[in-house]
Ligand binder design. Structure first.
Ligand code: PHE
Length: 351
């Protein structure tokens, strides 16, 4: 009765245990790697468990060899089938995953492209250029690094004249300077061209000045008209037409006597405060007026210095701070906001 001997049933018992062990391990397979490990562990050619069980066959007593051999074969078939089943399951899982991740969700909202916008200073510059184009002016430009001659001397600032102090100049080491206003473009144009001249010169200018309303770099636009018979009346009419297009048709304009070395007579130009329409408010310090321009009749000395005969020709010029107009138009309280590159400002300012 071999089956009653403990030694005889032990090998079969071992197979039963191994079968259970395999089932437990197979139940824990979660992915391709686990499947691979299981396959090598049980069916590996060199150290696979099934292979080593078969290797034990030679040590099994002859009477038990048949049963043992059959049991090992059954285990082998079971392992192969279970691995095959797991393989199919994993393949299906992988297929579904690939399908899900490749799928396009057509119900998702589209991506909004971020639209840029034009900087307030450029908006105002464009507007001013547009208005003066309508009056027959063309745009002229000049260098930001200037020399004393174009920035001061030709504009009738005598050497060591205190008027130069009002310009808070940045000097370069080579004696040149950052232009303190756009007026040197007048000089360059008059030296290069003969009247009639009608130009508008927008650009960056630099002064040693820094507070809520002043930045060391800011923008001006210069206007110059030179022809026979130009008068202060033309200047005033032109400025009124300009300002009423830039702001509103009922904006008041007033000229106050002033001084610039390169114009005579000179005027500072005020407009009725756009915030209170001249009633008087905090922005205009209760005066109802706001200064926005410098202007005047081109000094005869400036004309003759540029080779234009002041007995035949006369002209007017004006200069305006673009940043200040942008601040007024868009209610921007601090000039720094214009140059900080904060995108929120650009998003808020829309035409
Ligand atoms: N250039 C002057 C300034 O910067 C402005 C101005 C221009 C005044 C033209 C009169 C005529 O202050």
């Amino acid at each position: 009765m071999p089956s009653e001997e403990p030694g005889a049933s032990a090998p079969l018992q071992r197979i039963t245990e191994q079968t259970q062990l395999f089932q437990d391990e197979a139940a824990q397979v979660e992915d391709r790697e686990g499947w691979q490990r299981l396959r090598v562990r049980w069916l590996g050619r060199k150290q696979g468990i099934v292979r080593s069980l078969l290797g034990q066959l030679k040590d099994i007593p002859a009477a038990d060899k048949r049963d043992f051999g059959q049991a090992v074969n059954q285990l082998k078939v079971l392992v192969e089938e279970r691995l095959g089943g797991l393989d199919a399951e994993l393949t299906e899982g992988e297929r579904q995953h690939a399908q899900r991740s490749a799928a396009v969700d057509v119900t998702l909202p589209g991506r909004q492209p971020v639209l840029g916008s034009v900087h307030p200073v450029n908006l105002v510059t464009q507007k001013i250029v547009e208005i003066f184009s309508g009056l027959g002016y063309s745009v002229a430009e000049g260098p930001e690094v200037e020399d004393d001659y174009h920035n001061f001397e030709a504009l009738n600032f005598p050497p060591d004249h205190p008027a130069r102090d009002t310009q808070d100049t940045f000097f370069l080491e080579d004696g040149r300077l950052l232009r303190t206003h756009t007026s040197p473009v007048q000089i360059r144009t008059m030296l290069a061209r003969k009247p009639p001249i009608r130009i508008l010169c927008p650009g960056r200018v630099y002064r040693h000045d820094n507070d809520l309303r002043h930045s060391p770099m800011f923008h001006q636009v210069e206007g110059l008209a030179v022809a026979e018979g130009i008068t202060m009346g033309h200047l005033k009419g032109t400025l009124e037409a300009f300002i009423q297009q830039l702001f509103t048709a009922d904006t008041g304009v007033r000229l106050r006597p002033s001084y610039f070395p390169f114009t005579e007579p000179s005027a500072e130009v005020d407009i009725t405060c756009p915030f209170c329409s001249g009633e008087g408010c905090q922005v205009c310090s209760k005066t109802g007026w706001m200064e926005i321009l410098g202007a005047g009749m081109v000094d005869p000395r400036v004309l003759s210095g540029c080779g234009i005969d002041p007995k035949i020709y006369s002209g007017f010029a004006f200069g305006l701070g673009i940043d200040r107009v942008a601040m007024i138009r868009y209610g921007i309280p601090n000039i720094r906001l214009l140059f900080d590159n904060d995108e929120r400002l650009l998003r808020q300012v829309k035409i």
